[in-house]
Design a binder for this molecule. Sequence first.
Ligand SMILES: *Cc1c(COP(=O)(O)O)cnc(C)c1O
Length: 259
Amino acid sequence: MIHSNINKFKFEIEKIHSDFFYEMGVDVLIARLDKINNIVSGNKIFKLNNFIEDAIKNKKNTIVTKGGYYSNHLVATAFYTKQNNLNSVGIIRGEKPKLLSLTLKECIEHGMNLQFVSREDYDNHFFLNSFINSSFENYEFIPEGGFESRGAEGASLIMDQINLLDPSHVITAIGTATTLAGLIKNNGNNIEIIGIPVLKGLFDIENRIKYLLKSNSFVPPTIFHDYHFGGYAKFDNVLIQKMNEFYLLHKIPTDFVYT
Ligand SMILES: *Cc1c(COP(=O)(O)O)cnc(C)c1O
């Protein structure tokens, strides 16, 4: 069931004023989910929403999740968990580094209990599950990136506001495809959904959507595979220059990983 959360995480949708788009005869708008919160990107909060609601409903006091040294999902979870008065644990892939990444420092600032696990143990699902089970009590587990049907369901709430504008196309970047699946799930009016993977060779997107939506019947999204600039978080000077130009013209910040 989809319940409207328009008031819970209201975001602005801004029109881009550009001669180029004007000449092409298209209106281009940006959903400013980045402005929902200045710590974490807004779609991360949407993806967490249903897990947190479940935890509260089921009287869990702790959220356990996992990720790498640079995982934005971890920061978002630490932040949003604290905001909801729950404890958070982050299982980190790799030994504790001498110098913590900014990401991990932020997690600690938001009260997250970090548990470092060797890469080998982390990748061993059997080991990791029993480690989590035996170490923590009364917790809700959130997969990396919220990659589960509840994550997609949370992301689907993004469309509540977008559907009101009845656009012809909606474009999103793809990491785990959880956000994309949410957009597909709550597509109000035959909107063409376009996804752009930030990873090289992410060719299992339709299977991911099937898993996330627990369904085989959905309109497949259009995928543009050639805009990862060499792989996850890779960039070149041209991209950085375009981002700077875009910022100067429109005062909208972008990031080289996703947007
Ligand atoms: C994290 C992120 C994504 C990718 O989300 P997934 O649900 O993992 O595919 C896309 N866009 C932005 C701006 C993000 O921060």
